[in-house]
Design a binder for this molecule. Structure first.
Ligand SMILES: Nc1ncnc2c1ncn2[C@@H]1O[C@H](COP(=O)(O)OP(=O)(O)OP(=O)(O)O)[C@@H](O)[C@H]1O
Ligand SMILES: [Mg+2]
Length: 483
């Protein structure tokens, strides 16, 4: 692993140096070669294991925890920071550099009352979802590995510590800017320093002046909107959209109590600690804007408010446009004209279908996957059989057929649908089964699940059961924040 240290060297006031604490008996629980290729690592060597577990110094590493703050569940937390994530530097890969972070690497000056650790179940979930979302073409941070240990940690009961090795193009969050606006250490020149660094590293086409700042914030708004459009289209609920969990690059970031929808439910809440549903599935688009507004407030000392407002005004347009683009492709509406991007009729057609799914208690992913078996020209379809409300389906399908029009090559059209509507997603019950097996010392189910999720659009008939809806015990499995 070849490391550089741009953040560490250029932003000395934006972190605290801190070394990971060694853990006993580190061992690989999971490894993603796909992620390893990003930073040109060929194999999970013993030396790497010792380094990433904090038991040996990694050559050229600088160990540090970044400082940030953030709005959590609507309230401002003035001092957060990496309480259990230690960054070792930026690893250079064939297509650019990636921050390497040891999530669960030990306490830092920002740990407050926490132990600086992550439990195995949450480390495994973060690993699986990072790699799964990437394969589903959703912008996300990545995960190189999960390292298990013998170290006991206490949550509701005693559990075992593990480390997720996270790769991120950047760990800069909305909360970084909030901290350097609102805290005692905040000042416009610090904000500028952070912003100029962000632009130089990640938006090299932009200039560090008023025009560049405006273009940059417009881009952040668009990227955030696109990320959330992806979540809504794939049926993903993040669960903890606090501003300290919003990456400035619009990558899905910090995976805790997330869940994919099984049965479609607009107001689905996946976070046990969110009884009011602030971060319910249907709320995600609105929360994305709210979070961007908090970011805009933090940037107000250095970016003209007219520019900030103009960019924020584009959020909804960007989100709906991208959502429409993704959903039309899923439903096989292929005759899209550029100027029909904000077509209300298509939005209603799509909404009509999700409402039908909800009323008929259908599985979101599997129902969309059925589009790969549909003949849009035919009155009868196996998709229709899934609905209890046949009249409702027929009415919708008539509208749908009128919209899709004549499909010339149905086989090709079906093939295209299967490339867009996944068969395999990380359902909570699948993650749970793999985690229980790890607790019992059996890594095979975890590795098999990882392998299935590597190719979510392929049929993989030998793994059909991974596409099943949850069994009774796994329905509406809700995760807590304790991780
Ligand atoms: N076990 C822990 N020990 C110390 N700090 C913790 C612990 N768990 C969470 N924190 C801190 O609490 C804050 C909010 O936690 P949150 O769950 O959003 O982040 P996280 O999952 O720890 O990490 P990240 O956002 O880097 O993925 C962060 O400052 C985080 O570092
Ligand atoms: Mg977090």
């Amino acid at each position: 692993m070849q490391l550089k240290q741009d953040f560490f060297e250029q932003l000395p006031e934006f972190y605290s140096q801190v070394f990971p604490l060694a853990i006993s008996n580190p061992h690989w629980l999971a490894w993603s070669q796909d992620a390893a290729d990003l930073i040109a690592i060929e194999t999970p060597s013993e030396a790497l294991l010792q380094g990433l577990s904090g038991n040996a110094k990694i050559p050229d590493a600088s160990y540090y925890a970044q400082v940030y703050s953030g709005h959590q569940f609507g309230g401002y937390s003035p001092q957060l920071g990496d309480g259990r994530s230690i960054i070792v530097g930026e690893a250079i890969g064939p297509q650019g550099a990636w921050d390497v972070a040891l999530k669960g690497g030990g306490p830092t000056p920002y740990s407050r009352h926490g132990d600086g650790r992550a439990v195995m179940r949450s480390a495994v979930r973060e690993f699986l979802i990072s790699e799964a979302l990437h394969q589903l073409h959703v912008p996300t941070t990545r995960a190189l590995a999960v390292i298990g240990s013998d170290l006991p940690v206490w949550r509701e009961t005693q559990e075992t510590a593990a480390i997720t090795v996270r790769l991120a193009k950047s760990h800069i969050r909305f909360g970084h800017f909030e901290f350097f606006c609102h805290s005692e250490r905040g000042a416009p020149d610090k904000l500028k320093q952070l912003l100029n660094f962000t632009i130089k590293q990640h938006y090299p086409q932009l200039t560090c002046d008023a025009a560049g700042y405006k273009a940059w914030f417009t881009q952040v708004v668009a990227d955030t909107a696109k990320m959330i459009a992806h979540w809504q289209a794939i049926g993903f609920a993040h669960g903890v959209m606090n501003t300290d969990n919003m990456s400035i690059l619009g990558d899905s970031f910090d995976f805790g109590p997330f869940a994919f929808l099984d049965t479609f439910k607009e107001d689905f809440i996946c976070n046990h600690s969110d009884p009011e549903g602030r971060y319910a599935f249907s709320q995600q688009p609105g929360i994305g804007l709210w979070n961007l507004q908090r970011l805009a407030q933090a940037l107000a000392p250095i970016i003209a408010s007219d520019d900030l407002i103009a960019a924020l005004n584009q959020y909804q347009v960007e989100l709906v446009q991208h959502y429409l683009y993704l959903m039309r492709a899923k439903l096989g509406i292929t005759d899209v004209r550029e100027d029909s991007a904000l077509d209300e009729t298509d939005l209603e057609l799509i909404g009509g279908f999700t409402t039908l799914m909800e009323r008929n208690q259908l599985d979101y992913t599997n129902t969309l996957r059925r589009f790969g078996q549909l003949d849009p020209d035919s009155k009868h379809s196996s998709l229709r059989d899934d609905f209890i409300d046949l009249n409702g389906f027929d009415t919708w399908f008539t509208r749908y057929q009128a919209r899709v029009g004549k499909v010339l090559d149905v086989a090709q059209w079906q093939l295209e649908r299967n490339k867009i509507n996944p068969k395999y997603i990380l359902r909570n019950y699948l993650a749970q089964e793999a985690i229980i097996a790890v607790e019992e010392g059996n890594l095979a189910p975890l590795h098999q699940l990882q392998q299935v999720l590597q190719n979510p659009f392929a049929e993989q008939p030998e793994f059909d059961e991974f596409a099943n809806r949850p069994p009774d015990w796994g329905q509406g499995l809700i995760m807590s924040c304790s991780s």
